[in-house]
Design a binder for this molecule. Sequence first.
Ligand SMILES: [Zn+2]
Length: 105
Amino acid sequence: MTQDELADLFGFFRAECRGCDIVSRVNDLGLCEECAGKLERDLIRERDWDYTVSAYGLTDSRREELRSQVVAQYGEKLELMAQKKSADRKSKARKPNRKRSRKRR
Ligand SMILES: [Zn+2]
């Protein structure tokens, strides 16, 4: 079986990925495999379990376990969702995000 046949089997088809705009095999959400993986991890980070494929059917404690694994391996920062948010926002309103470091003496 070729790669493409295998991909067809999983419902992938070629189109422009909504996440990175590269023409690739995309899934039903219009995301390439790489972006789909990113989205999956983002959903896990956000605890959006309803949309998380790999958390399906897991208990809450197992999900938390899964989440800490993802964070440990890929970090806590959102990958795909963060990119989309910043792309959607045309005007960059800078939020003052200054961490006050109080000088201790
Ligand atoms: Zn992509």
